[in-house]
Ligand binder design. Structure first.
Ligand SMILES: Cc1cc2nc3c(=O)[nH]c(=O)nc-3n(C[C@H](O)[C@H](O)[C@H](O)COP(=O)(O)OP(=O)(O)OC[C@H]3O[C@@H](n4cnc5c(N)ncnc54)[C@H](O)[C@@H]3O)c2cc1C
Length: 369
C-alpha cells in the first residue's frame, strides 16, 4: 500500500497549548526530542484554564506530598528563570487565614518539610497587610508569590521553538485519534494527519471527550472530571502593589483565593464554585448572583480594593473528585488532565512528569490512572 502523502510521522504529538502542553513541549525538546504541538485556538487564547497574567505560587498544602511537589516545582521555576533570563515568579509571599484545622495542618506540613513560615495574630496580620481582613489562624510563608503566567507559557513555547525541534501549530484542532496498538493516527482540522508512537493529550477540560473512550478501550478509566466555568474578577486596588501578598481564605463557606495582577487590580475568586459547562459551548457570561456574592465577600474581607468595580474573568476548571491530577500513559497515549484549579504552580514539574511518561518512564504513583 502507498503511504498517504497527507500523513507525516512525528516522534511526539502534544495536543494542547495551555500551560501543561507548553511545559511538556519545552521539556521534551530540552531532552532532544522532536515534537509537534497542536492547539485548537490561537497562541495565548482565553478559552481554557491557562490564560491571564498571574497565578498564585504557594507551598501551603496540608498534604506533605504536595508540599514536596511545590519544592520541586520551585527549583524548576528558578532554573527556567535562569535559562530564559526572564522573571517568572514575584516572591510576594503568601498568607493563609481562616479555619484553624486547615491552617494548622498547612503549618504542620510546612514545618515537617523545613519550609520557613510564621504564625500571626489577626491584629498583627491586619497591620502588615491592611488590604485584607483576617479571621481565625493566620500563617505566612515567604517562598510563595505570584507567577507571571502568560509570560511563563510564552517562555516554554519560545524555548521549545528555539531548539529547532518543535513545530507549533495553532488554530488546528485534533478531530480524531485512531489507535493502532503501538502508535496512533491523529487527524487534524486542516485535513492532514500525523502518525506518532507518542501522543500527549494535555487538553485539560477536553480530556474526557478527546481520549476518554480511547483509554476505556485500553481498560483504563479517567476519573470523573468536572468541567466548570469560573468567574473570578479583578478589583481596583487602593494600595500600592507592594501591599499585596497572594492570599487564601479558608472561609466558613467557599474557600477564596486572591492576588494582585499588576496593572489590572487584585484578582479574587471562589475556588471551584462555577456551573458545569461543555468546554466547546460555554457562554463566558457571569452568573449575576455569583458576581454579587463575590462583591459582598470582597467588601467584607478585602478592604484594600473597590468592591463596586469588578472586571470579570471567565475560565475553566477541570476538577477530579479528590483534586489530584491525572498523569498517566496507556500504549502510545499519555494523558494529563484534572489540574483542578491549582495546577499552574507545578507547571515546569508537570512538564517533566509528562515528558518522563512520553519517553517511556514510570508514572508518579499519586497521579496514575
Ligand atoms: C481562574 C483560574 C485561576 C487559577 N488560579 C491558579 C493559581 O492561582 N495557581 C495555580 O497553581 N493554578 C491556578 N489555576 C489552575 C491552572 O491555571 C490550571 O490548572 C492550568 O492552567 C491547567 O492547564 P492545562 O494546560 O491543563 O489546561 P488548558 O489551559 O485548558 O489547556 C488545554 C488546551 O488544550 C486545547 N485543546 C483541547 N482539545 C483540543 C483539540 N481537540 N485539539 C487541539 N487542542 C485542543 C485547548 O484549546 C486548551 O488550550 C487557576 C485556574 C483558573 C481557571
Amino acid at each position: 500500500m502507498q503511504p498517504d502523502p497527507t500523513t507525516s510521522e512525528v516522534p511526539h504529538v502534544v495536543v494542547g497549548g495551555g500551560v501543561v502542553g507548553a511545559a511538556t513541549a519545552y521539556t521534551l525538546t530540552a531532552r532532544g526530542e522532536r515534537v509537534l504541538l497542536v492547539e485548537q485556538h490561537g497562541r495565548g487564547h482565553h478559552e481554557g484554564s491557562s490564560h491571564g497574567a498571574t497565578r498564585i505560587f504557594r507551598q501551603g498544602y496540608a498534604d506533605p506530598e504536595y508540599v514536596d511537589l511545590t519544592t520541586r516545582a520551585l527549583a524548576l521555576w528558578d532554573a527556567l528563570e535562569a535559562r530564559s533570563g526572564t522573571t517568572l515568579l514575584d516572591r510576594t509571599g503568601a498568607v493563609d487565614h481562616g479555619r484553624p484545622e486547615v491552617v494548622d495542618a498547612i503549618a504542620a506540613a510546612l514545618a515537617s518539610a523545613g519550609i520557613p513560615h510564621e504564625s500571626l495574630t489577626t491584629d498583627e496580620a491586619a497591620a502588615r497587610w491592611p488590604g485584607i481582613a483576617f479571621e481565625g489562624r493566620v500563617l505566612t510563608h515567604a517562598t510563595a508569590g505570584r507567577i507571571r503566567s502568560a509570560d511563563a507559557i510564552e517562555v516554554f513555547l519560545t524555548l521549545a521553538e528555539r531548539t529547532g525541534l518543535a513545530e507549533l501549530r495553532f488554530d488546528t484542532r485534533v478531530t480524531a485519534i485512531e489507535d493502532h496498538g503501538d502508535d496512533v493516527t491523529v487527524s487534524l482540522g486542516d485535513g492532514t494527519s500525523v502518525r506518532t508512537p507518542s501522543l500527549v493529550a494535555a487538553v485539560g477540560s477536553w480530556a474526557p471527550t478527546l481520549v476518554g473512550a480511547l483509554l476505556a478501550a485500553r481498560g483504563a478509566r479517567l476519573p470523573a472530571v468536572r468541567v466548570t466555568q469560573e468567574q473570578p474578577a479583578h478589583f481596583p486596588s487602593h494600595l500600592p502593589d507592594t501591599a499585596w501578598p497572594s492570599f487564601v481564605h479558608w472561609a466558613d463557606g467557599d474557600d477564596v483565593y486572591g492576588l494582585l495582577t499588576p496593572g489590572e487590580g487584585v484578582k479574587v475568586g471562589f475556588h471551584g464554585t462555577g456551573p458545569v459547562v461543555d468546554p466547546d459551548a460555554r457562554d463566558h457570561r457571569p452568573v449575576a448572583a455569583e458576581v454579587e456574592r463575590l462583591q459582598a465577600y470582597v467588601a467584607r474581607w478585602v478592604p484594600g480594593v473597590d468592591a463596586s468595580r469588578p472586571s470579570l474573568i471567565s475560565c475553566l476548571y477541570d476538577t477530579t473528585p479528590d483534586e489530584d491530577f491525572v498523569i498517566d500513559r496507556r500504549g502510545p497515549l499519555t494523558v494529563a488532565t484534572g489540574f483542578s484549579g491549582h495546577g499552574f504552580k507545578f507547571a515546569p514539574l508537570l512538564g517533566e512528569l509528562v515528558a518522563d511518561l512520553a519517553t517511556g518512564g514510570e508514572p508518579h504513583p499519586r497521579f496514575a490512572l
